[in-house]
Design a protein around this ligand. Structure first.
Ligand code: ATP
Length: 537
């Protein structure tokens, strides 16, 4: 049975993940990767980089892609010009709202996706209810809808209690009813809370020097769009990928690394012609889902959730989330691993022109007194001219945005398995094994001399030396071989190579497969090639 407690405990015991600054009591929302974890995370990021960027063959049209296309990479800074965050919308809109219940001490945050106040602890949806005076019903309803950001389609969920309340009271009193009903005055006022970490540049640190740690890597790509086009001769359609740290001052970091305050993202901004953007959106959505499956996430645990029209960001034509059935969620619920969004030309246009007219774009900030956008754009031309047709246009963008830490967590959860395997005496015992895909496994193979004598360690060490040049392999000569196998099973090592008495006679070793427990004999000379083909690229 998979339980989060067991997975968390294995992660700590075997050195996948530790709480940051643990000896001082830890800091909420920050995690360190241990010796096994750092390899796993690096392998995941390398697989992404290889499969999406460096290993992409721009000369061949992938079966499901509308045309051939190019992919390049970038590595941008965490701190950027403060204007970036104004024009991206993060400065004004990247907020969470929270309310606290004074009685129950529970905290509720506004869940943008569900459009509801949710209990911060377990994301359960509570129907929001307000009392009213009969004659003011419509006004109460209207204000309540606004206050709780209810969408029109949810109007019927706004039930009305029979307690009477005036409109004045309404402005100060709200309630979250449901199984956890509380008195109307027991909730604090909603507080807006920008999720960006603020910092200051330079020694003096005045208001003008305030800037932010990036909450996503994407903006670095948008502001470098022109640099990449001018310097690398890429032609639309093409994508730019980036892997790097992002920071969000989450109100309620929780569920192990799922919601952290410092995390890594693997993002692609794919630039295409507006006419073909829907085709590219579908291509990336399907390709990204297939990628997780190829690396071992099971069909049963993954879903692709298309956002409803009313859930979409104002600029978005379509967004789909790839979600995974994390064991900390109730049965039937899924947590986001990656979002694939059709962002139209919103980002490039904002960085060119500044914020758009709020009358055509209600989510954007107000115009200043001169009727100009509140935030000035860069004024740089970020449009694109097609050399063949001479058409000039602002490219549309498809954004597959994945979290490396959430990916690692999903692969850890998927890999955790308890099965039965024979011990040294042939008795069946429960074993804990991390069935990680060989490409992701922190250690690719462990090399054991069966016993610490008769020249076996020497041969095993030589094999270790040869393989170490190619893969992360591990040498272990301590204790019973059965116990050594168990340790490697828990580390997720897919192959164990044992040097025994036959090795000394015929130069062969056994390779034991972690999942099938099958043992095959392979010539030492063929070992490297054999492992390479088993592990794959
Ligand atoms: P959520 O709704 O769960 O907060 P989000 O929709 O805000 O996520 P995006 O802004 O789309 O997330 O970010 C893209 C990806 O970055 C997410 O799919 C997720 O994998 C990762 N991510 C976002 N926030 C966090 C976080 N606090 N901790 C770890 N990973 C995160």
């Amino acid at each position: 049975m998979k339980s989060m407690d067991k997975i968390v405990s294995l992660c700590k015991r075997r050195g996948f993940l530790f709480q940051s600054s643990e000896i001082y009591g830890g800091v909420q929302g920050f995690w360190d990767y241990g010796p096994l974890g750092v390899e796993l995370k690096r392998n995941l990021k390398d697989a992404w980089w290889h499969d999406m960027i460096a290993g992409h063959n721009e000369l061949i049209q992938p079966a499901t892609a509308p045309t051939t296309f190019e992919m390049v990479g970038l590595d941008c800074t965490i701190i950027m010009h403060p204007q970036v965050w104004k024009n991206s919308g993060h400065f004004d809109l990247f907020c969470d709202q929270m309310i606290d219940c004074r009685e129950s001490k529970k905290r509720y945050r506004f869940d943008q996706v569900r459009g509801r106040w949710c209990e911060a602890k377990d994301q359960k949806v509570f129907v929001t209810t307000l009392a009213e005076q009969e004659q003011e019903a419509d006004e109460v309803r209207r204000r309540a809808m606004k206050f709780f950001k209810f969408r029109p389609k949810d109007a019927d969920k706004l039930t009305v209690s029979d307690e009477s309340i005036t409109l004045d009271q309404l402005d100060n009193t709200t309630d979250v009813l449901g199984p956890d009903a509380k008195k109307l005055d027991s909730l604090t006022e909603p507080r807006e809370f920008n999720l960006m970490f603020k910092t200051t540049l330079g020694a003096l640190g005045g208001e003008d020097d305030v800037t932010f740690l990036r909450p996503e890597t994407a903006q670095g790509i948008f502001v470098n769009f022109k640099n990449v086009v001018d310097s690398s001769r890429v032609k639309i359609p093409f994508g730019i990928g980036q892997v790097g740290k992002s920071f969000r001052n989450e109100i309620t970091p929780r569920n192990f690394t799922f919601r952290s305050r410092e995390f890594e993202q693997m993002e692609i901004e794919f630039f295409c012609h507006p006419d073909t953007s829907q085709d590219w959106y579908r291509y990336w959505r399907d390709r990204r889902l297939a990628w997780y499956k190829n690396l071992g996430l099971s069909d049963d645990s993954l879903i692709m959730r298309e956002h409803h029209a009313e859930e979409l960001a104002h600029y978005s034509v379509g967004t789909a989330d790839i979600e995974y059935a994390f064991p900390f969620l109730p049965e039937g619920e899924y947590g986001e691993l990656e979002g694939i969004a059709h962002r139209g030309d919103f980002d490039l246009r904002s960085h060119m022109e500044g914020k758009l007219d709020p009358s055509t774009n209600p989510m954007t900030v107000e115009l200043n007194e001169k009727g100009k956008p509140k935030y000035r754009g860069s004024g740089k031309d970020l449009s694109y001219r097609d050399e063949l047709t001479n058409e000039k246009f602002t490219p549309h963008v498809i954004e597959p945005s994945a979290g490396a830490d959430r990916g690692v967590l999903a692969f850890l959860c998927e890999a955790y398995t308890e099965d039965e395997a024979p011990d040294e005496n042939g008795n069946m015992q429960t074993r804990t094994v991390m069935k990680l895909h060989p490409r992701l496994a922190p250690i690719k193979a462990a090399i054991f001399p069966l016993v610490k004598k008769d020249g076996m360690p020497e041969v095993a060490k030589e094999i270790y030396g040869t393989l170490k040049d190619k893969f992360n392999v591990f040498y272990d000569e301590k204790g019973a071989v059965g116990r050594r196998y168990r340790r490697q099973d828990e580390a997720g090592t897919p192959y164990c190579i044992t040097v025994d008495t036959d090795t000394l006679k015929d130069q062969t070793v056994t390779i034991r497969d972690r999942d099938t427990l099958e043992q095959t004999r392979v010539k030492i000379d063929d070992l490297l090639g054999d492992l390479e083909s088993r592990i794959g690229s």
